[in-house]
Design a protein around this ligand. Structure first.
Ligand code: FMN
Length: 216
């Protein structure tokens, strides 16, 4: 399938049959993820392919999640979807912690701006890393979703799992990892709706005048 056709074909599916994705297809999907680019080639992504029991446990906990933000409907819908769909994968990143604090040997020199090496480490680990690793995981997830689309498998990118990330991490005993999102993989029982997009003119917030000149 042509790339431009593939990216148009991909749509978020909200209703699934319970048909499973084959192991062979799941392997191809994971392999597509791990060839994604990543900041400093850190490859921060980790995958947890949920069993049916784990899927149902997470769906139960999401269904029972109650708050007063008005977001309950979304999480309930995602809970139903996780229960319905054949396969669900959770995508993790390395924990964003102060695990490298002990590499900062002399905090005073650092504060004085004289400890360049440690300033770089600080910047890398505390300021850039969260964004960079999350972007890397996003690249891997998009690869997975597009590969699935190519294989005729429907998908849903799920951040609603983050409402209960502590519960999930404790249940799966993955407390040293950061849950970024989930992805549902399966087969639709209803065609997804194609949603609208903003126009380019609204989205390009820089170089507007230059572009306008070029269009004239
Ligand atoms: C990072 C991310 C998180 C998302 N989380 C959810 C989710 O938790 N539940 C859901 O139903 N859809 C979720 N979606 C799907 C979006 O709602 C969907 O991509 C958007 O409405 C555009 O529709 P389309 O994917 O069909 O083009 C998520 C998408 C992205 C990129």
């Amino acid at each position: 399938m042509e790339f431009s056709e593939l990216i148009k074909k991909r749509l978020t599916t909200l209703n699934y049959t319970n048909k499973k994705v084959s192991n062979e297809d799941m392997n191809q999907i994971i392999e597509s993820a791990i060839i994604a680019p990543s900041a400093k080639n850190r490859q921060p992504w980790r995958f947890y392919i949920l069993t049916d029991k784990q899927k149902n446990y997470i769906a139960d906990k999401m269904e029972n999640w109650i708050n007063n933000t008005g977001l309950v409907t979304t999480i309930k819908r995602s809970a139903n979807l996780i229960r319905q769909v054949g396969n669900c994968v959770l995508i993790y990143s390395n924990k964003w912690s102060s695990d490298n604090i002990d590499r900062i040997k002399n905090p005073q020199k650092l504060l004085d701006g004289k400890d360049i090496e440690n300033m770089v480490i600080m910047h890398d680990y505390y300021f850039d890393r969260i964004k960079a690793d999350t972007l890397s995981v996003g690249a891997a997830v998009e690869n997975m979703i597009l590969k699935a689309t190519e294989l005729g498998i429907d998908t849903t990118w799920l951040c609603d799992v983050l409402f209960i990330d502590d519960v999930i991490n404790e249940y799966l005993d993955l407390k040293d990892k950061e849950l970024i999102c989930g992805v549902a993989f399966g087969y639709r029982n209803q065609n997804p709706i194609r949603k609208g997009r903003y126009k380019k003119e609204y989205l390009i917030v820089g170089e507007e005048n230059e572009r306008k000149k070029l269009c004239r």
